[in-house]
Design a protein around this ligand. Sequence first.
Ligand code: PRP
Ligand code: URA
Length: 210
Amino acid sequence: MHKNLTVVDHPLVLHKLTLMRDKHTPSAVFRQLLREISLLLAYEVLRDLPTTTKTIDTPMTEREAPILKGKKLVFASILRAGNGLLDGLLDLVPSARVGHIGLYRDPESLTAIEYYLKMPDSLSERRVILVDPMLATANSASAAASRLKEVGAEDIKFLCLLSAPEGIEAFSNAHPDVQIYTAAIDSHLNEHGYIVPGLGDAGDRMYGTK
Ligand code: PRP
Ligand code: URA
């Protein structure tokens, strides 16, 4: 097990993931499940957020109480499928800043092609949570993490739902400083770079495309 890997194998996560893997699950339910799972995964990813205290008055007394410290978080979504995780994360942390990076995998070479980038300012002062449900070859996640670093991010975590051993290896080698959070590690990649058993193409499952 890599030291920069956290597997969030909570029974509720695994139950919902099983429903998502089922090819008979329709897009609307798939999206809803992804949103629900993102809340559970967020609990682990955000566990070590720094806190400070402020003085408040409860109805009974004054006290020092914990609040989040520092500049607002950034959720950076890899388009398209990252948006499925992003929606749930924003339910939990509505004040977070949001960045988008548009990437698609070239079907032949499986390399990641960038078509869009928009990030909030002051990235170097913020924790950045990079999100994409699938870590297959890791070409997309690695390219996204490199791009985030190029535009200033220094404190990055990567949240995905499903990963392949090949992707974990490749991402850990490329970005040993970035902790990976995943719900499950599947068996392997097939000859087209798809995770087996996996759940198919996450973007297509979410949006009903082929
Ligand atoms: C999927 C997925 C990841 C990527 C993972 O996106 O959402 O971004 O593949 O594969 P990798 O680890 O081998 O790079 P895809 O390229 O299909 O784009 P889409 O989300 O727009 O459908
Ligand atoms: N991207 C997906 O959406 N699914 C896979 O299995 C691999 C890459």
